[in-house]
Design a protein around this ligand. Sequence first.
Ligand code: HEC
Ligand code: HEC
Ligand code: HEC
Ligand code: HEC
Ligand code: HEC
Ligand code: HEC
Length: 498
Amino acid sequence: MTSRRFSRYFYNPVSYLGALLALLVFIVEIFLFALDMFVGEGNLYIGILTYCILPIFLIIGLLMIAAGAIVQRIRYVRGQTDLRIHAFHIDLSLPSHQNTLIVFFVGTAILIIMTLIGSYKAYHYTESVQFCGTMCHEVMRPEHTAYLKSPHGRVACVECHIGSGANWYVKSKMSGARQVLRTIAKSYERPIKTPVDNLRPAEQTCQQCHWPEKLHAIRDLKRSYYLTEGDDREWVVRMQMNVGGDKDSAAGVHAHMNVDHEIYYAAEDARRQKITWVKSVDKDGTERIYVSPGSKYRDAPPPADKVRKMDCIDCHNRPSHRFEAPYRLVNDALRQGRIDPSIPDIKERALKALDKEYDSTAEALESIPSDLRAYYEKKHPDYLREHSGAIDTAAETLKRLYQNDFFPEMKARWDTHPDNIGHLTTPGCFRCHGGEHRTLDGARTITKDCKACHTIVEQGPAGRTERSLDGLDFIHPVDDDNGWKEMNCHDCHTGGGP
Ligand code: HEC
Ligand code: HEC
Ligand code: HEC
Ligand code: HEC
Ligand code: HEC
Ligand code: HEC
């Protein structure tokens, strides 16, 4: 027998192939590692390849070497009658055994070091905003785009979606792996489902940065609107939000999440928009149950798995992914002159352009200017002839607005992902505060008093507003026969209309 460098079992096609694979991957890895060092954090794909995909092939290669040898040995042993051969032994006097061991230990050491660097790097990459927000381009585009212009545009996705701790880390990587498979198979939902069922409780995410005891400011909120008709078209509302709710007081909006005051609720739909059963538990343990007319939980309380304890996210559900409604985008653009308010019918046309359902962003960007021109050619040809530039500017503005807040490919926009703060264009607070939720004996109603949550300190046409720090009674900007008192605001204000 010729003397071999390694134990004879390694000399088989499977082990050869494994060694070739491992060697190739190893060389490529060294190259990519160096590249990654120089290119820096910028390149996501190199990172994914180097630290997530290639190591898998390296390990496959190494396993093939071992598997080939094991099979060889089993075959060899079966053919022997000498029992001593059956015992596994290492003989350091044999050069082939020495070589095998040296390669084994050196190889293992290199692999462990690479694994350490690799897993640190892989951790780093899969936790980055870049990975979460852009890896699956189309899928995450709506959330990522909205995120970038939100107050949290510099808070990493994982701070809210995962938080700290090993067990949530593992959970997130497992669901992450499922999501990657779905992205590859293109079997994800459009839009991505909201609310997120298994989002980590806000105490362990939001409250790491926002200290509940410190959330008791009064917040000044100034809104202005641009009415469709009339001489005084800009209308101003300024109010103070009674945020309140520190540990020692039960007042203000944040009283809901006051440490000693808890609210539980059950919704009849998956999106938590139709809330029909609410329970509040006071500091001293007093419970009150409110139901809305027609609630299916009027006679029997909802099963425990339908009941949710209210936390930050039940109001702040879009702290980082707010898709703006057309009415607000158009109002702002008119007020700022990015759309000329003197163009006839322009508010209505602009709302229609943004509200229309397109199949793709490309289609929207093409249709918005052509629809607008077609309308003015037909209805106001004289105006168009003299002010063609104003129409073009309006179209350009609308195109820009559309790209930021509407995502037809993922079917995501303001009305598919309603914001629960407020009540003008979405049910929001009025899911419980619409004036319909009463205790069974009818004695108490969850308040709809306009002064409970905010104090209007200024309102009216711009330049001629009335002011009072004691609070003003709300005046609806247009006469609607007191409809605003009888109905909920979002019954008329859809967000895409007035
Ligand atoms: C400030 C906290 C915060 C940050 C930062 C954040 N998110 Fe979210 N995200 C949320 C909340 C809250 C929800 C909705 C939870 C609910 O209603 O159940 C959400 C929902 C989502 C959804 C579900 C679909 C939807 O629109 O409701 C996706 C997808 C998502 N986020 C992706 C991301 C990505 C990608 C990033 C980083 C680019 C990110 N998030 C950063 C808080 C955050
Ligand atoms: C890593 C820290 C961090 C986490 C986690 C975080 N936030 Fe914030 N949040 C901030 C900072 C910083 C600001 C202030 C941004 C500014 O003023 O521009 C802010 C601002 C806000 C505001 C005020 C926004 C406005 O319009 O001015 C709200 C509301 C808010 N966060 C809610 C949440 C909620 C809800 C969560 C959990 C889903 C959360 N935050 C998680 C850091 C965080
Ligand atoms: C009952 C609904 C509700 C709940 C629950 C709630 N908030 Fe708020 N929060 C509001 C409203 C309303 C405002 C006023 C600002 C606005 O209108 O956008 C506000 C304001 C804030 C602000 C901005 C304060 C400022 O001075 O600018 C932060 C930060 C905030 N909330 C964080 C939280 C956190 C963290 C939680 C969970 C511990 C939470 N909120 C729970 C309704 C709620
Ligand atoms: C899940 C149901 C629910 C939602 C949604 C909800 N609330 Fe409440 N809220 C309640 C209940 C229940 C009470 C009264 C508890 C009691 O005294 O029995 C209450 C009380 C309040 C109070 C104290 C009122 C008073 O006069 O004592 C304020 C302020 C308030 N909510 C603000 C808000 C704001 C702002 C929003 C929307 C951002 C909101 N709530 C959304 C259930 C809800
Ligand atoms: C349960 C609390 C609550 C009650 C009751 C309530 N509001 Fe509000 N209101 C809010 C919150 C929260 C916002 C949103 C603030 C924001 O957009 O950040 C808001 C916003 C508004 C706005 C500005 C709307 C916008 O989006 O531009 C107006 C106007 C308004 N409320 C009027 C009223 C009137 C009139 C009533 C009485 C019928 C009323 N509110 C009752 C909580 C309440
Ligand atoms: C019966 C239908 C109806 C109801 C209910 C209603 N509104 Fe209106 N609202 C209108 C119409 C119509 C306009 C005029 C829009 C325009 O001129 O473009 C309007 C305009 C407004 C505007 C100016 C907004 C803009 O974009 O021009 C505000 C603010 C407003 N309403 C607040 C409220 C609030 C707050 C409530 C609930 C308390 C409410 N409305 C309920 C029909 C309604």
